[in-house]
Write a protein of this length. Structure first.
Length: 276
């Protein structure tokens, strides 16, 4: 059976795909439906939802359109989640491959470095990094990746340790292939599937971390973020709770969609391995 069809037959996968498709549509259509600055004043302050259909989700304390901010915030969440996960997976795969293939002192050094990073909670590491370097989208992505690469590194190392003694690796050595070429051309592609299975967890964690940093005022000040919207609504939580509830629901649905899609990938991979 086609892998895509097998994936879509998993109920969790279908639900995750629907949620993520809606998020992607919001991110891609933000500039189309809401051109210009989403932080510009669009109406009277603290307009409740569904009171004015030109501003269906109302306005915040400064009169900014909540729906426009929600759409543009989806773009920020997607960008941070995907970029941070990609960076963490690349760094982790490289370090794990080098550690597992080289062994000895290099393995010991890289794994102790990994242990050192794992002793510090990833959010505190990101918080300290952004506080020192300064808030911007690139810095936030780097800060999140800095605390997320250790998991992929350990998984990659474990896979490489089980692959490096196989016959095709011995054959590559006999032909005189350079050790780094063997590691990254022959071994790493075979070790990648379990590493990539971590991507959904990393993306979800990255989105939550970015929201938490923005909530604390350490997000990119030039971009709309859902965490920033929740923080903005905190001051008027009793009188206008929708300002925090709406982006909070969007955040929960996004993380749920990522996890459900990830569960679908895991189940599809497990079925495929059992069939093979």
């Amino acid at each position: 059976m086609n892998p895509l069809r097998r994936f879509l037959r998993v109920p969790e996968a279908r639900a995750g795909v629907v949620i993520l498709a809606a998020l992607l549509a919001m991110a891609l259509s933000a500039s189309l439906f809401f051109p210009g600055d989403p932080q510009a004043i669009a109406g009277p302050a603290l307009l409740p939802p569904f009171k004015d259909w030109s501003l269906p989700l109302g306005t915040d304390r400064l009169g900014r359109d909540v729906l426009a901010e929600l759409f543009h915030g989806a773009r920020t969440s997607l960008a941070v989640g995907i970029a941070a996960a990609a960076a963490a997976l690349v760094i982790g795969a490289i370090i794990g491959t080098l550690a597992g293939f080289a062994g000895g002192l290099i393995d010991e050094l890289l794994m102790r470095t990994t242990d050192a990073f794992q002793t510090v909670p990833s959010f505190l590491l990101a918080l300290a990094f952004v506080s020192v370097v300064g808030p911007s989208l690139g810095v936030v992505v780097a800060a999140i990746a800095l605390g997320a690469w250790t998991g992929p590194a350990r998984v990659a190392r474990a896979e490489v340790l089980s692959i490096r003694e196989r016959d095709f690796v011995a054959g590559a050595r006999v032909t005189g292939m350079h050790p780094l070429e063997i590691a990254f051309r022959e071994i790493l592609p075979n070790a990648l599937p379990p590493v990539l299975a971590l991507s959904s967890v990393i993306v979800a964690a990255a989105i939550l971390t970015e929201a938490a940093l923005s909530f604390l005022g350490l997000g990119d000040p030039n971009r709309v973020t859902w965490g920033g919207m929740i923080a903005e609504g905190r001051a008027v939580l009793r009188t206008a709770p929708f300002l925090s509830i709406i982006p909070g629901i969007a955040l929960v649905l996004t993380v749920l969609g990522v996890y459900l899609a990830g569960e679908g990938v895991v189940e599809t991979t497990a079925v495929r391995r059992s069939l093979s």
